[in-house]
Design a protein around this ligand. Structure first.
Ligand code: ATP
Ligand code: MG
Length: 400
């Protein structure tokens, strides 16, 4: 006997009423896509659970991948047996013996199939007694057991599970539209992308770079970050904006206290144009209130003025330490701290205004004509498609 299934629990999907079918279909597709290398397994999605039939496959790598799929709340290894008392007893005994560190246990039986003749309470006692008389050194603890064995009798079969493994939660990526993430090479914006995907949003990415002031390695860093984010949500299109000319013009012709505000406004305008062209309905940034000069209330107000698009800022109230913790968990931290500077770091003046005045920004901008530069910049955008199955070597060769 062995664990032959993974039982997947959905969590929040259950609240989605009529849309439930759409959510479940999307989750099913996402799971199929992520697990496509495991050709022997099969996946069955039902209203309240998903079952992954292992067919002899090692469950560990499959569990690790499932933990990165949004929409999955938790999972458990399961043994599926017929609705037969002897078989249920054997499977329960196996589950207990597998829990090598446990000394105390509890059985929780659930009779979803009301035609099954043994009531849940009786089943708890029958199985508890059977386990005690067929093992050494175990005792029952109904309040704080080392292992809880769940026995769920459904119409088609009984599933025996023990350990509940927490997963990423959230909603399946692709059920909440698309956003355009402004991805720098820093710590914050990849975390913002991850959190947006967690709510079911698919990502496209825009990155502003300024060669030769920013190196190819800074660009590669962003591609690597996007690649890491694909492990949570399939393909990501990266729009790389050639920003040098516009940045130089801003740096030369706008008073330094205001150059950062104008630069950010240009970034927003370009991002909105790309989003519009791609049919994307929102922008996302890694801004966090008060972190730097561009993230004060006054700055955000002045920068936001150039777009009517909703700007999602998932990190807005987070402390840096909380953001760093998430970036470590999602494996973007080590990429983010590679020491290649992005365009904003290089062109940022020593003392940007933290409380820019909107009328002054507009006055400075109107003295220069940015429209042609904006158009030229947008026309020069390079698009790179990244998928989670693409190896880094493939991406490099695409770029050569
Ligand atoms: P991050 O760690 O994400 O770089 P930050 O704290 O360094 O953020 P800023 O440099 O002020 O903050 O950037 C604020 C946000 O603007 C970033 O989170 C990102 O969304 C966007 N951004 C900044 N620079 C770039 C860039 N070169 N390309 C694309 N987006 C950028
Ligand atoms: Mg930055």
């Amino acid at each position: 006997m062995q664990y032959d299934h993974i039982l997947v629990r959905y969590g929040e999907i259950g609240l989605k009423g009529k849309n439930r079918k759409i959510f479940l279909n999307r989750l099913h597709e996402n799971v199929l896509d992520k697990l496509k290398e495991f050709s022997t397994i099969s996946i069955k999605t039902t209203r309240d659970r998903m079952y992954i039939l292992l067919n002899g496959e090692n469950p560990d790598p499959i569990i690790a991948i499932c933990q990165t799929i949004f929409g999955i709340h938790s999972l458990s290894l399961a043994i599926k047996v017929d609705n037969d008392e002897t078989k249920i007893k054997e499977a329960t005994l196996y589950a207990l013996k597998e829990a090598t560190d446990a000394k105390t246990f509890k059985i929780t039986a659930k009779r979803i199939n009301k035609e099954f003749p043994i009531h849940s309470q009786d089943m708890n006692q029958i199985l508890g007694g059977y386990l005690l008389s067929n093992t050494d050194g175990f005792t029952v603890d109904v309040h704080n057991p080392d292992i809880e064995i769940n026995v769920e009798t459904r119409k088609e079969a009984t599933y025996i599970t023990s350990l509940k493994i927490p997963c990423a939660g959230g909603l399946p990526v692709g059920t909440a539209g698309k956003t355009l993430l402004l991805l720098s090479g820093g710590i914050d914006s990849p975390v913002a992308g991850y959190l947006t995907m967690k709510r079911g949003v698919q990502l496209e990415v825009i990155h502003f770079h300024s060669p030769p002031y920013t190196s190819d390695r800074a660009k590669q860093k962003v591609i690597d970050l996007a690649h890491q984010l694909t492990s949570y949500g399939g393909k990501i299109k990266v729009h790389v904006v050639p920003f040098t000319k516009l940045q130089q013009k801003i740096y030369q012709d706008i008073p330094h206290g205001y150059s950062m505000t104008v630069m950010r406004r240009m970034m927003m305008k370009i991002s909105e144009a790309v989003a519009f062209k791609e049919g994307i309905l929102s922008l996302t940034t890694g801004e966090s209130l008060g972190q730097v000069a561009s993230q004060t209330m006054e700055s955000m107000n002045a920068i936001n003025q150039v777009t009517n698009y909703p700007i999602l800022r998932p990190l807005i109230t987070m402390d840096k330490e909380e953001i760093i913790q998430i970036s470590k968990k999602i494996n973007t931290y080590d990429i983010s701290i590679r020491p290649f500077e992005d365009c904003c770091t290089i062109f940022v003046p020593s003392s940007p205004k933290t409380k820019p005045k909107k009328d002054k920004v507009i006055y400075f901008e109107s003295s220069l004509n940015f429209n042609e530069d904006l158009e030229e910049t947008i026309n020069g955008i390079e698009v790179i498609e990244i998928s989670h199955s693409t190896s880094h070597e493939d991406e490099f060769s695409d770029l050569l």
